[in-house]
Design a protein around this ligand. Structure first.
Ligand code: SAM
Length: 214
């Protein structure tokens, strides 16, 4: 988001009481290492959803070094389970180290590999899915996410506005980004028109959708 929206985000973020100190430290380290993690306002929304929804069985697609998984773990009850998927070999050991240090209640399970394959093998029973992997693949992950998400469960997708690219004409987007642009538009259309879902698109962070399974 640009311009006026930046000012709105800065104002909203300035009111945020912050996270637990170990999360602040992880966030700082991730940003320093240029690991993409959820933004401040996205963090606030996730924390709100954890408190309001009280999910028991969470799936995250796109773990990176474990920041958002640990944030969800820190703000849920002790009996919540979180499964998170990551395929990038360099990030997996860092995530494992972070989980062994900070996931003191043993809530988090890390599945290593490509979500395209892993999702197919997962059994139904998730009440919250956080989609935060390669944006161009969301549309391909959707059928499995719908299959394994409980009725009444929530699918939350991050980065759906792609820094504003998604609402530009495809010709205003660099050639390199056109496939992602088309796929994200297809994903948003599907979320809004699929009979199994009720979806709201929010301008939080880099754009988020909340979809409840009917
Ligand atoms: N959720 C993390 C956080 O906020 O702490 C950030 C996730 S980062 C934006 C996206 C991650 O998804 C990257 O680490 C990337 O390697 C991973 N990823 C992308 N495509 C994937 C796939 N098909 N299967 C598994 N992981 C994938």
């Amino acid at each position: 988001m640009v311009g006026e929206n930046d000012r709105i985000s800065s104002f909203i973020n300035s009111l945020d009481p912050g996270n637990l100190p170990f999360l602040d430290e992880l966030e700082r380290a991730a940003l320093e290492d240029q690991v993409p993690i959820i933004r401040k306002d996205t963090q606030a929304l996730l924390k709100f959803l954890m408190a309001q929804n009280k999910p028991r069985n969470i799936l995250e697609v796109g773990c990176a070094v474990g920041f958002s998984a640990l944030l969800m773990a820190a703000y849920t009850d002790a009996d919540t389970k979180i499964t998170t998927i990551e395929k990038f070999e360099k990030r997996i050991p860092v995530a494992r180290e972070n989980f062994s240090k900070y996931d003191t209640e043993g809530k988090i399970t890390l599945l290593e590999g490509d979500a395209t394959d892993i999702l197919k093998g997962l059994d139904p029973g998730y009440d919250f899915i956080f989609m935060d992997a390669a944006k161009g693949q969301y549309i391909n992950f959707l059928p499995d996410c719908l299959r394994i998400l409980n009725k009444g469960g929530l699918l939350v997708s991050d980065n759906v506005l792609q820094d504003g690219d998604v609402f530009e004409s495809r010709f205003a987007v660099t050639r390199r980004n056109r496939t992602i642009h088309a796929r994200m538009r297809e994903y948003l259309y599907e979320l809004k028109h699929n009979d199994q879902l009720n979806t709201v698109i929010l301008t939080v962070g880099d754009g988020m959708t909340l979809s409840v399974k009917l």
